[in-house]
Design a protein. Sequence first.
Lengths: 446, 446
Amino acid sequence: MIRRLAALGIASLLCLAALPSRAAVEVVRVVSPGGIEAWLVENHANPIISVAIAFRGGSTVIDEATRPGTGELLSGLMNEGAGSYDSQAFQQLLEEHSIDFEFKVGRDSFEGSIRSLTKHRDLAFDLLRLSLTELRLDQDAVERVRSQLIAMLAREAEDPDRIASKVFWRMSLADHPYGRPVSGTPETVAAITLEELRHAAALTFSRDQLMIGVVGDITAAELGPLLDRTFAAMPASAERPEIGAARPLFGDVAVIERDVPQSTVVFGQPGVDRQDPDFYAAFVLNYILGGGGFASRLTEEVREKRGLAYGVTTWLNTLEHADIWQGQVATQNARVGESIELIRGEWKRMAELGPTAEELADAKTFLTGSFALRLDSTGSIARFLVGIQIQRLGIDYPQKRNSYIESVTLKDVRRIARRLDPAKLTFVVVGRPEGVMKTREAPEPS
Amino acid sequence: MGRALRLLSCLLITGMLFANSTEARVFDPTSYVLPNGLQLVIVENHSAPIATHMVWYRVGAADEPWGKSGIAHFLEHLMFKGTKTHPPGEFSRIVARNGGSENAFTSQDTTAYFQSVAVDRLELVMGLEADRMANLVLIDDVVLPERDVVLEERRQRIENDPPAKLGEMATAAFYLNHPYREPIIGWEHEIRSLTTEDALDFYKSWYAPNNAVVIVAGDVTAEAVKAMAERTYGKIAARPLPERARPQEPQAYAPRRVVLESAQVRQPSWSRRWLAPSHGSGGGARVYALQILSEILGGSTVSRLYRNLAVERGIATDSGSAYSPDSLDPTGFVVWASPRQGGDLKEIETAVEAVIAELVKTGVTEEEVARAKQQLQDRAVLARDNLETAPQIIGSALMAGRDIEELEAWPERIGEVTVAQVNEAARMLSRPEVTVTSELRPKPTS
């Protein structure tokens, strides 16, 4: 079932370090008798268990082997029937036992989140096993979820934010699978065959690409055998298409004309690799520039001083095959040119002068101090554990993360600031903007 | 409606966050009233060394002076603009520098501000919040750019978005006389004319300790928090408060229908809402019966609407219902549906009406009621999973005129509902004169 408005794409790709963990989180590596590994945080305060899983690959790999939107459609079918349970029987079991059971696809991963009361734990794991190994893909369920996905795409086609984001990716990564919309287009989704869905499932669900995080009311001893029961039936590996490194192109300004009073602007330039030694410096710098809510320079200049926008924000996308320093703002049509010039100006000022010692100190106290705050449920911690694995960070990351931030020096942030380059900024504007000089025609959003 | 940079604020519609309430006899709060009339509620939760602090004022958009729509929300933004001792922006800087996160939101019945911090910073934020309860300073130089920010917020949330524009029209048609008919963010032309003086007048009328509830949840003891509250909020003197004048709804004689056609729209949708009792408007046991009715009619993918329209007949991509009883005055009971590609709204409407007519005619079954009760009561347990849920739910309930005992007894109240009570409540659905029907349609190309 697909019900969301798909604003989640960006959030899920946000820099991982923006997802802090409670300092007290103690992660244990559990390896089942059959050799399946999961990262576990035990918490017996409530009779609740959350499981997050992810398979590497995601829409980039799946859609390369099939067609755009196949990964998204498959994610919507994961709770639509498996084994002897058809769609309604499967969903009835979930509802009657209050089990949350959702899958989603991102550019680099296919992810599931399951939450259950302790008393229904075995059923929850059993339904997960069935969906991973005996997915039914009944024709009526496929057509229903296909229609939901096409309806979602139709709604997105009205939404300036989604249009701007899709065109930004398409323009910047035209020659790479990343340039394709994760959810496909109405035309590609309409054409997806059962055969392609089966192929997508087969190339996604294998143990070599699996990552697992478990949080809540379960012990390591209880979890081990459950891991085998749930995941051992999957094949050890699967054949997947190779995806090459992306070479994003930046520095353009494009306008997509839409009859709305406010223009949405998505902008970006080359980013920083998650394994780059300067990644944490970039992470801190991004907070100062545009990531830090009310504390950021862009918010101060664009919102607080001039009232040009409700929000302006930047973030670091660290993907498997590309890194993008991205941002977004929305301003009334008459003043979009002014917002864009301000952003360019702040980009330049930061590149030339870097942040101040005080800004650096404030950023570090916020980023380390707030680390404890946001992982406030079993589900958010479980997804965090999987996120660490997706980004290939160690199991000690929750313990070490604050020391990585602490060790960033003024010299480090000034060095990384020089990678900011206003000439490399691409701006995609959706609306009827005034004062914007476009440098190229935009591809129509699909 | 928050000051959030991220578009998370879901409190535009009062209490929508808690549709089909997740309240439970689980939070076990302690409550005090300080000599100046401030109510203090504490929920001890020792799972992490952090605390969430919220102050809720018993004033919202529905308490605005005639012709000043949006002033409650505008003042919420302006509460970050400084006091006698803290210059503009310093509140947020202090919170961020201390690793805290913060935000605020406005609904029809309440305005609330909150911070999450490491527990040793709790008194610091209580002191800051108490300071701006009494000592706000506003000057045109900071007020006028912020008014532009609110206008951008309105463009982003409403004017750029056809479903939101339709929602605004439908709400104005739904309430014939009650101030809930006006948008929380305000009408655009009235926002434009709001002044510094308007904001200060509203502030001086309503922001007082005897009009506030402070809720602290986290790794604290009730005694320690009480002492902190006495040292901070305790110093502010009580003030006489205006009466909350809430003109009530008249007898309605005819159903209303609101249609928005737009070239921007590609996915049509249909909804209908009935004027329904709330906790604050003397709904009594009917509220619990309506919560169960909503679950049975449209709470999930196995409920009657989705099963009939989306699964069995395949004419809708989605269909469901929602009911949010945490408001002071009458609320809406909503059903909605979206047609599949090429489908038409008339067919959808007829189908929804048939499902409802059947339910009203033959009633709900014992089994349906038992299943709905179990699901709602499970949700009360699951609500404990997230640390920020308790203060949110307690605050919403208190602002809707409930007390803590009633809130804590919610699972029992749900358990007591009978089939006859649900059927009695369902009769409301055969009264067309208290409804508004909304249609969102693509503009025909010709």
